[in-house]
Design a protein around this ligand. Structure first.
Ligand code: SAM
Length: 236
């Protein structure tokens, strides 16, 4: 039992992202006809699978280091009839060198060591005229606690994308409902497991994990941590 994977059981995406916003972002990545799409840090690849469902001529590769999440993505791909158009690969995304028309990188910038490093590493992966959907954190309130791992405002994040050789085509940010849905569903999967497994050896560990997560969310980063979805294209 991997408690972190268990905590994802009730989530649609491993990010504060609603169905409506996912649909808007896929539309903002157009044109998608015959596009080759790479999802770097795909998790269970929900957005990639939705994109492939929306555009029957697109093909995709989803890459992630977590085997359990990839198993979920393979089951979902088969169930939705897009399995033949997607490869789901267990690998370190920082080692990947393929190019694509569309790159998705949502919540995975830490793999490269931070936002700037991620933007720089992904830029050569985009073909001419390609689009990157980049999802990353930003400082939404004036004085965040020091350990949130984000020190940039939204404006600074967008300015950084320009410095790294991109032009912005679309900006969206997760709203409070998306955050609350994401965080409370993360906790709820563990709460359900606690109810169903009262005598399990991991009971105390899982209870402590959900308590810590809920406390950090409500006391430290709710309203302070923002999450941006930027559709970017290479600058020339
Ligand atoms: C916050 S999750 C986002 C998942 C997905 N993009 C989504 O929005 O649902 C970040 C993902 O990056 C993956 N990841 C982190 N570092 C990685 C690395 N070096 N190589 C491959 N995957 C990595 C994690 O396993 C995790 O699934």
């Amino acid at each position: 039992m991997n408690p972190t994977v268990l905590a994802h059981a009730d989530l649609d995406f491993n990010a504060p992202l609603s169905d409506a916003r996912a649909e808007e972002l896929i539309a903002a990545l157009a044109p998608l006809a015959a596009a080759e799409v790479v999802d770097l840090g795909c998790g269970w690849a929900e957005l990639l699978l939705r994109l492939l469902e929306a555009e029957p001529t697109a093909t995709g590769i989803g890459i992630d280091s977590t085997a359990e999440e990839l198993s979920r993505s393979r089951r979902n791909a088969a169930a939705r009839g897009v399995g033949a158009r997607v490869r789901l690969v267990q690998d370190d995304i920082t080692n990947r060198t393929e190019t694509a028309d569309i790159v998705l990188a949502i919540g995975s910038s830490h793999a490269w060591g931070g936002t700037r490093q991620a933007l720089e590493a992904i830029r050569p992966r985009l073909r001419r005229g390609g689009r990157l959907l980049f999802g990353d954190g930003f400082r939404a309130a004036a004085q965040p606690p020091n350990d949130l791992g984000v020190d940039m405002s939204l404006a600074e994040l967008v300015e950084l994308t320009e410095k790294c050789g991109y032009r912005m085509l679309r900006l969206a940010t997760a709203n409070t409902d998306e955050w609350d849905s994401f965080e409370s569903r993360w906790c709820a999967a563990l709460e359900k497991w606690l109810l169903q497994n009262p005598t399990a050896a991991e009971h105390a560990e899982v209870r402590a994990l959900v308590h810590e997560h809920r406390t950090r969310w409500l006391r430290e980063y709710r309203g302070v941590l923002g999450f941006a979805y930027l559709v970017l294209t290479p600058d020339s």
